[in-house]
Design a protein around this ligand. Structure first.
Ligand SMILES: *[C@@H]1O[C@H](CO)[C@@H](O)[C@H](O)[C@H]1NC(C)=O
Ligand SMILES: *[C@@H]1O[C@H](CO)[C@@H](O)[C@H](O)[C@H]1NC(C)=O
Length: 486
């Protein structure tokens, strides 16, 4: 209630302040919406994909909307994305990121330098370090997946697929990066996962500051438990060299213990928030598309090594069919916004020669989910899962796509692009590949209700990385008796 009143008062003030903004000839089409101050905020928050698709039909591939007092210019022409991504002089990434860090993680880093943090991460997510992360992740996944069922037992267990994928990948990722302390005081990964999911479930609302008071309390409690559970992360010998080095870097930068712990939670989310949901969607598509499952199994069968511990995926073997199925999954379900703040008035030059003025203080937002990823000018039947969409006729990876006769540099952007693309991409891909391999080689699994299809997308989470399902789909699984036979 108080929130509503405050919002109204705010609304009236801002309305007086901003309502007379009008479009100048050189600016993108302006759509303020009918509600003072809020503008399109409600529709935007409810289902950004639907809203922006509607705006695109109305205004074309660039327009400015009012959202809760801010003016946001949305650009949806992938051929023009570089004009935004490559101008770090006028368009700033880190301010808005810091706002979100504060809102979600209550984190304010002294001497924060994203470029240095990124360089640290880069150093540990490639080459030899990546190789040891890959194998540590594989061992952890293997132990967790096999512990789900008992060998020589044909008892079926049932579980929500989303919860199963998210928890196993999260726990393996936690052990790999943040480290398992072997003493009795070490936090139980199940408990960390449980608190994390509560926190994660409220994250988009934290980012938009739309939590109600009950939710605020739940989110706050989950955050505090996580801080406690993570307080020693990265201090022991068993953590990855990346997180140890990162923690030292924070110490040297003058961050106190509490701030370091908060940064651990940020990194936990940054590294674990998308991998589980991605694996879920991929398995969900495979389970509901038999010919895709068959093709992936056939390929895995070809590259399996038979070891004493059962079939193992040879990391060095290319798996183009799996890669295409994953790329297709991410095309359909990865939906981050790419947001920049306009630091000084600037002219945006589009690929087709149009020029638009952007105003200092506004935000610019790219939403690759609408285009290129779901763009019918690029992909036929874009809403359909076609596992071989990213394969050429000869079975090699397909990388050439066009829009309006123009070859696209960005035909799908689940990992972001430019200076802010995901450093952990090869590690994340390998984790998903190993996980899907383990699940389909070690478990017999089937949908409990094959007819009910895929769950709907939770539309309020567009803009924050991987989308999550509304509810879950249920599967039955048991130990696969004929190991090695796919
Ligand atoms: C780790 O996995 C990724 C993804 O499959 C692969 O590209 C990379 O070569 C692997 N790294 C090493 C060093 O094994
Ligand atoms: C930026 O553009 C706006 C709108 O066109 C104008 O009112 C403002 O004076 C400009 N600011 C600067 C610093 O040039």
């Amino acid at each position: 209630m108080i929130w509503t009143v405050l919002l109204l008062v705010n609304g009236i003030l801002f309305f007086l302040l901003l309502s007379n903004r009008s479009r100048s000839k050189r600016e993108p089409p302006l759509d303020k919406g009918v509600i003072p101050w809020l503008g399109h905020a409600l529709e935007f928050g409810k289902d950004a994909a639907k809203f922006l698709t509607r705006m695109k039909k109305k205004h074309g591939d660039i327009f400015t909307v009012r959202v809760a007092g801010r003016y946001v210019t949305v650009l949806l022409d992938p051929n023009s994305y570089d004009a935004v991504l490559q101008d770090s002089g006028s368009l700033d990434f880190s301010r808005y990121a810091q706002v979100l860090m504060e809102r979600i993680f209550k984190l304010h880093l002294p001497n924060h330098n994203p470029a240095v943090e990124k360089a640290i991460m880069k150093q540990y997510f490639q080459g030899k370090s990546l190789s040891s992360l890959n194998s540590s992740m594989r061992r952890n996944l293997q132990a967790l997946v096999t512990s789900e069922t008992l060998p020589n037992q044909k008892d079926w267990k049932s579980s929500g697929l989303f919860n199963l994928c998210y928890s196993l990948l999260f726990r393996a990722g936690y052990l790999t990066l943040f480290g398992a302390e072997t003493n009795n005081n070490s936090p139980d990964t199940r408990q960390i996962y449980k608190e994390y999911r509560t926190f994660d479930g409220l994250l988009t609302k934290m980012a938009r500051t739309t939590l109600n008071s009950g939710e605020k309390q739940v989110a706050g409690e989950a955050r505090e438990s996580l801080w406690e559970l993570l307080s020693a992360a990265g201090l022991g010998e068993s953590a990855s060299t990346w997180i140890r080095h990162y923690r030292q870097h924070l110490q040297q930068g003058g961050a106190d213990q509490d701030t370091q712990t908060r940064a651990m939670l940020l990194q936990l989310w940054a590294t674990q928030g998308n991998v589980g949901p991605a694996a879920f969607w991929l398995l969900a598509f495979l389970l509901t598309t038999p010919q895709a499952m068959k093709a992936v199994r056939r390929e895995f069968n070809r590259v399996s090594l038979n070891t004493a511990k059962g079939p193992t995926l040879d990391s060095c073997q290319p798996t183009p069919v799996f890669d295409s199925a994953l790329e297709e999954t991410l095309r359909l379900t990865a939906a981050p916004f790419i947001t920049r703040e306009v630091l000084q008035n600037k002219t945006l030059c589009m690929a087709d020669g149009r020029e638009y003025d952007l105003r200092q203080g506004d935000r610019v937002c790219l939403f690759p989910f609408v285009s290129p990823q779901m763009d019918p000018d690029i992909y036929q039947e874009p809403e359909k899962f076609k596992y071989d969409r990213f394969l050429n006729a000869d079975g090699t990876p397909k990388k050439v796509f066009y829009k309006g006769g123009e070859r696209l540099k960005y035909y799908t952007m689940p990992w972001g692009a430019g200076g802010n693309s995901c450093v952990g991409k090869p590690f994340a891909i390998e984790a998903i590949r190993q996980f899907v391999y383990l699940v389909i080689t070690h478990l017999d699994l089937e949908l409990c209700e094959p007819e009910s299809g895929l769950p709907a997308v939770k539309t309020s989470c567009y803009g924050f990385g991987m989308v999550q399902p509304e509810g879950d789909i249920f599967i039955r699984f048991s130990h696969r008796s004929c190991d090695g036979m796919l």
